[in-house]
Design a binder for this molecule. Structure first.
Ligand SMILES: [Zn+2]
Length: 152
């Protein structure tokens, strides 16, 4: 059995897979505070560039690269996991609203979805069980809050 120690992945272009070599004007995409993708100069569309410029101008993209292992990084990871979990829940609620029929809320399915998504952005840290536990706790907290707000 191979144990992936979640070594920091070598950044590659999300479109062509080229390895980031530090040269040229690469776009780095951030999502909820962590790097989720690199885009090589050849694959940047005018839209991507406009977005990058806007982000820079508005400060939306001024998330500094944090060193893995640093407290800032740990914090960014937690924020990312939280935001992604929230995103999955929000999307589910939107589907419920748009559905003529009620949809059963399955926290386990939502947690699975969130874990899958996070694995695709920052990875599971080599500990999928632990990540799932964290996600499930966050999800439960969000649901508890919702129920608290709904009670009459
Ligand atoms: Zn590329």
């Amino acid at each position: 059995m191979t144990t992936d120690k979640s070594s920091p992945k070598t950044p590659t272009c999300v479109r062509c897979g080229r390895t980031y070599d530090g040269s040229g004007d690469w776009n780095i995409n951030y999502r909820h505070g962590v790097t989720v993708g690199y885009l090589c100069p050849d694959d940047q569309t005018p839209g991507d560039n406009a977005e990058a410029v806007i982000n820079e101008a508005t400060g939306a993209g001024t998330v500094h690269e944090v060193q893995p292992g640093s407290p800032e990084h740990a914090e960014a990871v937690v924020q990312h996991v939280y935001a992604m979990t929230q995103e999955v829940l929000r999307e589910f609620l939107e589907r419920v609203v748009n559905s003529a029929f009620g949809m059963a809320l399955d926290p386990h399915a939502l947690a699975d979805q969130a874990v899958e998504r996070i694995s695709g952005t920052i990875g599971d840290g080599g500990n999928p069980e632990g990540l799932r536990r964290v996600v499930q706790e966050m999800l439960q907290e969000m649901l508890d809050e919702m129920h608290g707000g709904e009670s009459s």
